[in-house]
Ligand binder design. Structure first.
Ligand code: FAD
Ligand code: SF4
Ligand code: SF4
Length: 429
């Protein structure tokens, strides 16, 4: 028997019982080792190089699970998709007895040390992997945030919030439907910051009879409430009526939320997220790049700055927004956005499906605005936030690279600084 066959390794696994399917780990993993189906998030043992980047961003700790297994019997992605609970640890007899029975599997670690891996896998990874550029640290001047006050990691498993508002923020009468939903926590503590998200637990069970898992939604209001001084927050929820392939579906949580009436109560967990937070120091610039409901955290940050400015407490630092949608009618908050003063925020809208007009995406607008974006990129007080559909992420990071290089700014050191200093945040789903 080959030495590699008798090696026992510690395999990286995700606990399906407490994972809230928030996608943070998948968005963080620099080698795309994490994937999901409609049931579970899983780690591909053939790709994971044990870099540990995913461990601290996970809001529930479900990512931090390890099992000793014979290397040749590492759990495959297909096996993990079928799990409702993590498998028990193997006994030493099972470890010994299992050797040599299963197909060859490569990655995992032994005693903290990488033993199989991944140079080949890393070399295979797509030529431009945008995920690797995202920061996992907040800006140095971010306010302290609370996470996991309610949920699987907490003593309090959830909290009930009351719906105090539910209005449509895209044009009525079209197939797309996005709602601005206000949730009030009454006298219960639920402190949040702009850029954080919450989990909504839809009532009922899925097709297998299991309780629905929570879905995550970005908070769209500032830290002092949707209405200043109130213990409430808002969400921007798009009703999912077709899947990513365009097939008709009825998304469980998004339809539940969009149909809520004022006075209804919802089960909430969270807050989640400790890095996609805004800077608070004077002269800090914020560049926001979003599509669709990715506008939620941008609305929260913009509104917080607007409130500070109005009260005379913050009078410096630029705001630049790149916001993409298929049409103006589909763009959430299109009306209110137009009324923000131009000396407060530099707004760039990109529409990709306006009849008779060329398709324009946020990355096109970024390239067009190179003369104004480049000085911001060069400024160490600039913080960049990207939120929206997964498909936008690569194009946006490539556009940042192009803007930098066209302006004589070397991309590699800039990208390293943006990541290390918590200045480029990617949240796509
Ligand atoms: C960090 C984070 C923040 C998020 N913030 C927001 C937010 O602010 N607003 C918001 O509306 N959503 C947000 N989402 C997405 C949200 O969590 C849900 O995934 C989404 O609402 C669909 O849930 P569902 O229960 O309605 O659909 P499901 O019942 O879970 O899915 C139904 C089908 O639709 C597909 N599907 C899932 N999501 C989408 C989508 N967005 N577009 C097209 N097809 C989809 C699924 O693959 C599945 O086939 C966020 C996700 C993450 C990870
Ligand atoms: S440890 Fe690193 S490579 Fe493995 S899943 Fe986590 S982020 Fe990806
Ligand atoms: S809860 Fe943790 S393991 Fe589950 S999807 Fe989110 S980051 Fe990944």
């Amino acid at each position: 028997m080959d030495m590699a066959d008798i090696q026992v390794i510690k395999q990286h696994l995700i606990d399906p019982e407490i994972c809230i399917r928030c996608n943070t780990c998948e968005a963080t993993c620099p080698v795309n080792a994490i994937t999901h189906d409609s049931h579970n998030y899983v780690v591909d043992p053939q790709k994971c190089n044990l870099c540990m980047d995913c461990i601290s961003p996970c809001p529930t700790g479900s990512i931090d699970n390890w099992r000793m297994v014979p290397r040749v019997r590492a759990y495959t992605v297909e096996e993990q998709f079928g799990w409702d609970v993590l498998p028990d640890e193997l006994s030493s007899e099972q470890l010994a007895g299992g050797l040599g029975q299963a197909p060859e599997v490569t990655a995992a670690r032994s005693d903290g040390e990488v033993i199989a891996v991944a140079e080949a896998v890393i070399a295979e990874v797509q030529p431009f992997n945008s995920t690797q550029f995202g920061a996992t640290q907040p800006p140095w001047s971010a306010a302290h945030c609370y996470t996991n006050l309610y949920g699987p990691k907490s003593q309090r498993k959830s909290i009930r919030a009351t719906v105090t508002g539910n209005v449509r923020v895209t044009e009525v009468g079209r197939e797309y439907d996005t709602h601005h939903i206000v949730l009030d926590f009454g006298a219960m503590p639920f402190p949040v910051l702009e850029g954080q998200s919450i989990g909504i637990v839809p009532p009922g069970v899925d097709s297998q009879g299991r309780p629905h898992h929570a879905r995550q939604y970005s908070i769209a209001s500032p830290r002092n409430g949707e209405r200043p001084g109130y213990n409430n927050l808002s969400l921007t929820v798009k009703r999912v009526l077709e899947d990513y392939q365009g097939n008709p579906v009825r998304g469980v949580a998004s339809n539940y939320l969009c149909d809520l009436q004022v006075g209804d109560t919802v089960e909430v967990i969270g807050p989640f997220g400790a890095s996609f937070l805004m800077p608070n120091h004077p002269r800090s610039n914020i560049v926001m790049i979003c599509t669709g409901t990715g506008s939620a955290p941008m609305r929260a940050m913009t509104e917080w700055r607007r409130r500070l400015r109005k009260s005379g407490k913050f009078d410096d630092g630029k705001l630049m927004l790149f916001f993409g949608a298929r049409t103006p009618q589909e763009l959430p908050y299109f009306g209110p956005l137009q009324s923000l003063p131009r000396d407060f925020i530099d707004i760039n809208l990109a529409f990709s499906r306006v009849p008779g007009e060329p398709r324009r995406y946020v990355q096109d607008m970024m390239r067009e605005r190179v003369a104004d974006l480049a000085p911001l990129l060069a400024d160490p007080d600039t913080y960049i936030y990207v939120c929206g559909l997964k498909a936008m992420e690569e194009g946006v990071v490539l556009a940042l690279r192009d803007v930098a290089e066209q302006s004589g700014i070397a991309w590699e050191p800039l990208a390293a600084a943006l990541k290390e200093q918590g200045r480029l945040h990617l949240e796509t789903y």
